[in-house]
Write a protein that binds this ligand. Structure first.
Ligand code: NAP
Length: 327
């Protein structure tokens, strides 16, 4: 049987941004629900070690995720594991449809759905996913102890994950399409100091090859000479960036050419009362601390929005203020 419950705020996504929003929303006494299908913490769970969360020199990703979740739940935040299928903006309230057939109403929404690893889209990648192709070193690195692995990409993620894999693998090759890494200077210094890591510059993977036991090689192309060759490997880890998960973003929302949502400085979209935070929001960098900062901003702004909506509903505001508040 379907039900329609009413909330002050519904947060969709339980990564660092969503959970921080949950903490601030509960402290602001909003009736709040956080919906997350996976384990609380989102992508942070895939990081072996987080070294740039203030106050923690080194902390495991899964441990940090657990701390965020316990902190939010200590305020009594309601968390539900269910899929959201649709978000429809409205003037008086927004409507959220769930895969279990239920429907929820809320004054404000914070969308914190992050994104997905970008794919290479080369032959063999999809077919060999789980049989040597991976997008998560912490999840799958163990299977490559004393083996040869290829990491694709030159950004922070590729280098950070390579540092983790280099401790397990016998030999690691980083395949990067240019002659210079994009990753930050400290990560570059560290990876260049690893004896079992070689960077294959100006190279792209054009296919992933397999034998009976899974991945056995990658086909490489030199971006300058066009020359093709094969590199034997037992596994391929792909870290070439990120695609925003914008499938719940309502029609008519301002997004940029890459699919990231454009917000104002309160993280509010062009739909009043709908906020977007974290990796789904257009901004300069993607960091755990920035997602958490977004969560704080959006929850504080949502609290103000909800207070204004309730004042309008109970006719506490003069007409001229009602007009500006609801526009
Ligand atoms: P990123 O910074 O966008 O780097 C993507 C890398 O993949 C780049 O080196 C890019 O090459 C390469 N690439 C992209 N498309 C490719 C393709 N089709 N074929 C081959 N190579 C391709 O992505 P990221 O490393 O996932 O990081 C995402 C964000 O998270 C960044 O803001 C990053 O700073 C942040 N992050 C931070 C940390 C940390 O602070 N510890 C850790 C992880 C991520 P080009 O360089 O030639 O463009």
């Amino acid at each position: 049987m379907s039900e329609t419950e009413m909330y002050d705020l519904i947060i969709i996504g339980g990564g660092p941004g969503g959970l921080t929003a949950g903490i601030y929303a509960m402290r602001a006494a909003l009736k709040t629900l956080l919906i997350e299908m996976g384990p609380p913490g989102g992508q942070v769970n895939n990081s072996d070690s987080v070294e740039n969360w203030p106050g923690e020199e080194h902390i495991g990703g899964a441990e940090l995720a657990m701390k965020f979740s316990l902190h939010a739940q200590s305020y009594g935040l309601e968390i539900r594991a269910v899929e959201v299928t649709e978000l429809t903006p409205g003037q008086d309230f927004h409507t959220i449809k769930l895969a279990d057939g239920n429907q929820l109403r809320t004054h404000a929404v914070i969308l914190a759905t992050g994104g997905y690893p970008r794919k290479l889209n080369v032959p063999g990648e999809q077919e060999l996913y789980g049989q040597g192709v991976s997008y998560c070193a912490v999840c799958d690195g163990f299977f490559f102890r004393d083996k040869t692995v290829v990491v694709v990409g030159g950004g922070d993620a590729a280098v950070e994950e390579s540092l983790y894999l280099a401790k397990l693998a016998k030999q690691l090759y980083i395949v990067h399409r240019r002659d210079e890494l994009r990753a930050g200077a400290i990560l570059q210094q560290r990876i260049k100091a690893e004896c079992n890591v070689e960077i294959l510059w100006n190279s792209v993977v054009t296919a992933v090859k397999a034998d009976i036991s899974g991945v056995c090689a990658v086909e490489l192309k030199d971006t300058q000479t066009g020359e093709q060759r094969e590199q034997a490997t037992d596994g391929v880890f792909i870290f070439i960036g990120f695609e925003p998960n914008n499938k719940l973003v309502p029609a008519g929302t301002k997004i940029n050419a890459n699919g990231y949502v454009i917000t104002d400085d309160k993280c509010e979209t062009n739909h009043p009362g709908i906020f977007v935070i974290g990796d789904l929001r257009e901004k300069y960098a993607k960091q755990i601390v920035l997602a958490a900062g977004d969560g704080c901003t959006a929850a504080l702004a949502a609290a103000h929005y909800v207070e204004t909506r309730k004042a309008i509903e109970t006719c506490e505001l003069p007409d001229e203020i009602k007009d500006t508040a609801s526009s």
